[in-house]
Ligand binder design. Structure first.
Ligand SMILES: CC(=O)[C@@H](O)[C@H](O)COP(=O)(O)O
Length: 263
């Protein structure tokens, strides 16, 4: 492997190519200045935006676009806060009217305290959005059967949760994330639940194409520094995955050769 190969390791979703394998959210920050500084430090090229919670259209209030320019970042509108298929579909249609965004993140949430993906409603919304020519990156349960079905319907990326949104619990079901990735022909992103850099690296070591996270950066004591940590963690995890880890063995294997030892 040479330096060129190391750098040329992008991924593609819906025909769009990205070098960074980190996708970040834009919510939960103390200010739009902090949002912008953290996103810049993360190296992310795609940012996801909660259409219902972020000002994307009122020019009289501070607008995200002034701090995180859509000319520099790919905006991925999402349906955070939607608990029915109808709400989610309506929200993304409004986003497309407001900003022309066709590549979207669908999430339909179940009730608190887990806000787990409501998969029946997710299928219903995905079906309506795909019929309406949206390109759908879909937040879903860590369920290989559901994930495959969403891909077969035409979703352009599958995004199983690592753990409940904002929980910071990390990847709680790595075996099923690996299973989802093993069968997928579209990108797989761990979305939600990442709490710190080692967990983002772990998601990448499982073979995921990218990681989507928000709270781990926005709720860190120093969001800009955590954003930089996430950038490097995702790169490290990707390289570790490609390099192939050594086999595990509970027995020792001395690292110094014993042949030629002077006795
Ligand atoms: C930003 C987003 O799209 C959400 O799915 C969620 O906020 C991500 O989860 P975490 O905040 O747990 O990273």
């Amino acid at each position: 492997m040479n330096a060129t190969t190391l750098e040329d390791d992008g991924w593609t979703v819906a025909g769009r190519r990205f070098r960074s394998r980190l996708v970040v959210g834009t919510g939960r920050y103390k200010s739009l200045e902090e949002t912008a500084a953290s996103i810049a430090a993360s190296g992310a090229e795609m940012v996801t935006v909660a259409v219902r919670r972020v000002n994307l259209s009122d020019p009289n209030a501070p607008m995200l676009q002034d701090f995180v320019p859509p000319t520099q970042y790919t905006y991925l509108p999402n349906t955070a806060g939607c608990h029915t298929a109808q709400d989610a579909v309506r929200t993304l249609r409004l986003a497309r009217e407001a900003g022309g965004w066709n590549l979207v993140k669908l999430e339909v949430l179940g009730p608190p305290p887990f806000l787990y993906p409501d998969m029946a409603a997710t299928f219903e919304a995905a079906s309506a959005l795909l019929a309406d020519n949206f390109e759908v990156m879909v937040y879903c349960a860590d369920d290989p059967v559901a994930a495959k079905r969403l891909e077969e319907m035409g979703c352009v990326a599958i995004m199983p949760l690592g753990a409940p949104i904002g929980s910071g619990m990390g990847v709680v079901n790595p075996y099923m994330i690996r299973a989802i990735k093993a069968q997928a022909k579209v990108p797989v992103l761990v979305d939600a639940g990442i709490g710190t850099a080692s967990e983002a690296a772990f998601a990448m070591e499982l073979g995921c194409d990218a990681v989507l996270l928000n709270s781990a950066i926005a709720h860190a004591q120093d969001p800009v520094r955590m954003a930089a940590a996430m950038k490097h963690a995702v790169i490290a995890g990707r390289h570790a995955y490609l390099a192939g880890r050594m086999p595990r063995d509970y027995r020792a294997d001395p690292s110094s050769p014993t042949t030629g030892t002077i006795r």
